[in-house]
Ligand binder design. Sequence first.
Ligand code: GDP
Ligand code: MG
Length: 177
Amino acid sequence: GDSYDEECDYLFKAVLIGDSAVGKSNLLSRFSRDEFRLDSKPTIGVEFAYRNIKVGDKLIKAQIWDTAGQERFRAITSSYYRGALGALLVYDITRRATFDNLKKWLHELREFGNPDIVVILVGNKADIAHSREVEKEDAQNLAEAEGLCFMETSALENLNVEEAFMEMIRKIHKIAS
Ligand code: GDP
Ligand code: MG
């Protein structure tokens, strides 16, 4: 039968964090279902999505958690971070405040997250670069200072979305195996 599909070599949890409306839910729906929504419906966000990925000869099941909009009230609890091996830390390249708030998010990650957590810094909405408020160089400097990987993405145009998640998953796999 097809029971092989149900079995995986590794199951791990990763989380999406970052300010409200930066595109976290759309990055996840693009990665897990290849879907994008123009309207923002934070309260009907799924709790998490799964995707199976083959890395080498291993089957990895990634369980990726999304917020249900509680970041708006700075009310993400420690249980959200518990057991997470990876995080996509997302800001919006067209809203400087979402970049300036990354320090707060990194602080929270260090407080609640696993000390070895793999963090990928993601500058989303690269498709509207004419409204850019955050230079790539600023993000590269932050990433270097904090020891993170950095990528600009567009959930709308499906640019670098797969790459950002896969980079995280490959790094986790390297640490976990
Ligand atoms: P979240 O609050 O971080 O989960 O953000 P959402 O995924 O709900 O997205 C917030 C808004 O930004 C929605 O109106 C989306 O359609 C829009 N959005 C998300 N990603 C992109 C993107 O890559 N490009 C553009 N132009 N808009 C985006
Ligand atoms: Mg959301």
